[in-house]
Design a binder for this molecule. Structure first.
Ligand SMILES: [Zn+2]
Ligand SMILES: [Zn+2]
Length: 155
């Protein structure tokens, strides 16, 4: 696992491979002051950023980033409940207890349809994005797998 990425040439390197250059920091007590700074071993650029693992998939990302681009795309699905529904179709079905009479009256696809239309009701839609995000986070691995199964979440 690399420690740093150069923001100029994208080279990733370990701390032990880093180059160091003395940057001129102006005069101090009549002498020129230098500061030793870490630089890219490839292009000697000093604009480098520390790397860390993406909290969801362990891919290397910049210290300032929240997650990797791939995981960001998956979490973006939370904004669209219909898309969430579509992705979840590739996942294992959940079972719930339901009133015996209603279970007799409706097929499982009818029940899904009725519940989805309730979810898409304007009064519900406004607070759904946050819940959808929590849902995706609750079993990120399965959702990410289902997402890639549905051609990257396309409909
Ligand atoms: Zn570089
Ligand atoms: Zn990731």
């Amino acid at each position: 696992m690399a420690d740093y990425r150069c923001l100029n040439c994208d080279t990733e390197f370990d701390d032990c491979d880093a180059d160091y250059i003395d940057e001129d920091r102006g005069e101090c007590w009549g002498r020129i002051a230098y500061q030793r700074v870490r630089a890219c071993p490839c292009c000697r650029n000093t604009e480098i950023e520390e790397l860390k693992e993406c909290p969801h998939c362990e891919k290397l990302i910049l210290e300032s980033e929240e997650m990797c681009g791939e995981c960001e795309k998956i979490f973006a699905v939370a904004k669209d409940p219909e898309k969430c529904y579509k992705v979840a179709e590739a996942m294992e079905e959940a079972t719930v207890e339901i009133n015996n009479y209603l279970a007799y009256m409706f097929s499982s696809s009818e029940i899904n349809e009725i519940l989805l239309s309730t979810l898409l009701h304007p009064g519900c839609r406004s607070k759904i994005a946050e819940y959808s995000r929590e849902y995706i986070e609750s079993d990120f691995e399965s959702f990410a797998e289902a997402y890639s199964d549905t051609e990257g979440g396309k409909r």
